[in-house]
Design a protein around this ligand. Structure first.
Ligand code: BTN
Length: 187
């Protein structure tokens, strides 16, 4: 890869990090029965994976989480600080970091981007971006909030309708953007 390409990828990565930050301007919606809000910010994680792929998608999310850890108030509702990673939503945040790697790997293995089967890409985002994140998030929530794993997992069902809409939208938006902008991913 030439220096020029690397600079292009890093610029695109920074722009996606900025997008994740902007999505955090939308305040979280409390669900009431668990201390985890409905957020729009996870759509930024789906977009990072879909637009940047495994490596740069992980860098974009890692950069965002690094800034949060440093104390910048970039999470929905203006929250930030290293302690948040040990709070009720810590598992979701760790899963956000892993999701682009998982989504990108599944997309690569299944050749979802080159196959033309948009539903394959949607299915991968549902599996690795929604189900995976919810299971990791709920598992940590169960430990942190002294709930049973079953109760934590069941409470996450509340997120599914919104997450399915966000995940599906992210795939369609990313497919349109990739048709116009070269992200160095398969067409
Ligand atoms: C935070 O802001 O501290 C992280 C919030 C995590 C929210 C999770 S992500 C998956 C699920 N879908 C949502 O809309 N909310 C939860």
């Amino acid at each position: 890869m030439t220096n020029r390409q690397t600079i292009k990828h890093l610029t695109q990565t920074a722009m996606v990090t900025a997008l994740i930050i902007v999505l955090g301007f939308f305040p979280g919606i409390p669900v009431g029965f668990i201390p985890v809000p409905i957020v729009l910010q996870n759509m930024g994680i789906f977009l990072a994976a879909e637009l940047l792929g495994r490596k740069y998608g992980t860098i974009a999310v890692g950069l965002f989480l690094g800034l949060v850890a440093l104390g910048l108030p970039l999470l929905s509702g203006g929250r930030g600080g290293a302690a948040i990673f040990l709070g009720p939503t810590g598992g979701y945040l760790v899963a956000w970091l892993l999701a682009p790697m998982l989504i990108g790997t599944l997309i690569k293995i299944t050749r979802a981007m080159t196959s033309g089967y948009w539903w394959l890409e949607v299915g991968i985002v549902w599996l690795a971006g929604i189900l995976f994140v919810d299971v990791i998030g709920a598992s940590w929530l169960a430990v942190q909030s002294h709930m049973t794993l079953t109760a934590a997992l069941l409470s996450n069902v509340a997120f599914l309708p919104g997450d399915i809409i966000k995940g599906t939208l992210a795939v369609f938006i990313a497919r349109r953007v990739r048709a116009i902008v070269d992200f160095g991913l398969p067409a």
